[in-house]
Design a protein around this ligand. Structure first.
Ligand code: 13P
Ligand code: ZN
Length: 270
């Protein structure tokens, strides 16, 4: 068996959580990440017949039966993952009936996966249905995105438009727009279902007054989506009350045409 502490998926997860912490997006235990792993790759590091313990999923995860995920632990701090990945992360396999997560590695102190496990797993189901290469769901609390929620309506077309108008990269990076949920109780199956519904047509979902979900085929892609929204939210908040120029709809349309992108419907007039 190879040394799991040298596995690319553990190293990349450690680097990403540290990086998100350094951005100021993940105070205390804020944020959580889950990555769908390749079974053959995991088998190079772990005996897949050795289940340490089982943890109830508390929702129907049957569509993910047999799939293996690397998931941050609940209550764990992103800043601490690098120095102790085995306590702060876990590798779980969804049981055949979808009611249990079989712990294959990690959560060394007796811990368990993030409280947002339903939103993560349901989002994986939704994204895998539209993109077979999908692998990562990352949740974070970026400051300016949450600040934008306090001054903007919780309306996804309006929110997307404001971002597309504030930074020319936005329509290119997320032509599918940003899904927006109203402020809801987090950590529940209900918010998981609502998030997954948005994930059918968006790779980014904002939880009003709470944070953001970014998804993608790898950690870079999920991180990059969050980073682009957050940078643009910062531009929006810095210029609030002093706006002289926004990107006109015809330029947003021109950018989308140039890059041959299909954009979210109903956001621009052009
Ligand atoms: P966890 O510590 O359970 O991952 O929760 C953090 C969080 O961001 C809740 O939304
Ligand atoms: Zn959160």
């Amino acid at each position: 068996m190879k040394d799991i502490f040298k596995a690319p998926f553990i190293i990349e997860m450690s680097e990403t959580t540290a990086n998100m912490y350094r951005q100021g997006w993940d105070e205390r235990n804020g944020g959580n990440i889950s990555c769908l792993l390749d079974e053959n790759e995991v088998a190079e590091y772990l005996d897949l017949n050795c289940v340490i313990r089982t943890i109830p999923t508390k929702f129907d995860a049957k569509k993910l039966a047999g799939k293996i995920f690397l998931v941050t632990g609940t209550g764990k701090y992103f800043k601490n993952v690098t120095k102790d990945p085995e306590t702060n992360l876990g590798i779980v396999r969804i049981s055949a009936d979808g009611t249990m997560a079989e712990l294959l590695w990690g959560y060394k102190d007796g811990g368990k996966f993030t409280s947002e496990f339903p939103a993560h797993m349901m989002s994986h189901i939704a994204r895998l249905e539209v993109d077979p290469n999908h692998r990562v769901v990352a949740h974070s609390h970026p400051t300016y995105t949450i600040a934008m929620n306090t001054v903007c309506p919780a309306d996804e077309k309006d929110f997307t438009h404001k971002l597309w108008q504030s930074n020319t990269e936005c329509v290119i990076v997320f032509p599918d727009g940003v899904g927006v949920l109203p402020c809801m109780v987090c950590g529940t199956e209900e918010i998981g279902i609502a998030t997954a519904e948005k994930m059918k047509s968006h790779r980014i979902v904002v939880w009003t007054n709470h944070g953001i979900y970014g998804t993608g085929k790898d950690l870079d892609e999920a991180f990059g989506l969050i980073e682009t929204v957050e940078k643009t939210a910062q531009i929006y908040m810095l210029s609030l009350g002093h706006v002289v120029n926004v990107i006109p709809d015809k330029t947003i349309k021109g950018l989308a045409d140039l890059w041959n992108l299909t954009i979210m419907e109903g956001v621009i007039d052009a």
